[in-house]
Design a protein. Structure first.
Length: 248
């Protein structure tokens, strides 16, 4: 089961192929190409600090194991990432080998290295125009320029109006270990306090001999860049109340 942990942890290190738009028509073309140009030209809005409740769930059907974890997470102005677990349930193995290491990995990434090596940028990816998606967003295809764990082969979905990224879908271009044959993911973004932030991550890992393992993580922000925001969810409120009682 350690192979399951490796697959899931590799995905959180995040924060195209050439194609033609067939049957899209002139209206779609005039929407897609400008969206690609705006996305490439759009400056990064800095996320310098935040405080958020995270709810994590992971399971493996073959071994009939599952677990959940709630934690208060913080990105500090000096770049350090910290977390405090306030509640956890289920399989001890998944909690200690998957969920806790996932957060510990973020601590390590924040403490060293260059996070920009995983960014959706022209330096890391070839980006090409795709097509209009069913939900009205524009699909831009992304193909990594190198085979690094943490880079995604898939698509970025952006708004038609201002090319704001709303989600990433795809698979890891490089599997984190021999035991992992494929990792698919969907990472969703929202705009809070004028800053684009991740709000949900869903992964499906195919593991040799262990079958399919899934993991989901939601973010519920209290503050972003020093300013309070309103995004409380049903998962976050109990964790906040528990933290308040433990840290009066």
């Amino acid at each position: 089961m350690r192979r399951v942990a490796l697959a899931v942890v590799a995905v959180v290190s995040l924060a195209p192929w050439m194609t033609r738009v067939t049957g899209a028509g002139t209206a779609a073309t005039t929407t897609i190409e400008p969206a690609l140009r705006r996305f490439l030209a759009r400056p990064d809005e800095p996320l310098t600090q935040y405080r958020a409740v995270r709810h994590l769930e992971a399971s493996n059907e073959r071994f009939n194991l599952s677990a959940t974890l709630d934690a208060i997470t913080e990105l500090l102005p000096d770049g350090r990432f910290t977390y405090a677990v306030v509640r956890e349930t289920g399989s001890d193995y998944i909690r200690t080998k998957v969920l806790h290491p996932l957060l510990e990995h973020e601590v390590e990434v924040a403490g060293g290295g260059d996070p920009s090596r995983f960014a959706i940028s022209a330096g890391n990816y070839e980006l090409t125009a795709g097509e209009l998606a069913d939900d009205g967003t524009v699909k831009l295809l992304v193909k990594p320029r190198r085979r690094d764990v943490g880079l995604i082969d898939g698509a970025v979905f952006v708004t038609t109006a201002d090319a704001d990224m709303v989600r990433i879908e795809g698979r890891l271009v490089k599997n984190p270990s021999f035991w992992t044959t494929r990792v698919d993911l969907v990472r969703s973004y929202g705009r809070l306090g004028g800053v684009r932030v991740p709000v949900r991550l869903d992964t499906t890992a195919h593991i040799r001999f262990a079958g399919v393992s899934t993991m989901s993580m939601t973010y519920d922000y209290e503050t972003i860049n020093g300013r309070p925001v309103e995004s409380a969810s049903a998962n976050a409120r109990p964790a906040r109340e528990e933290m308040a009682s433990a840290h009066p």
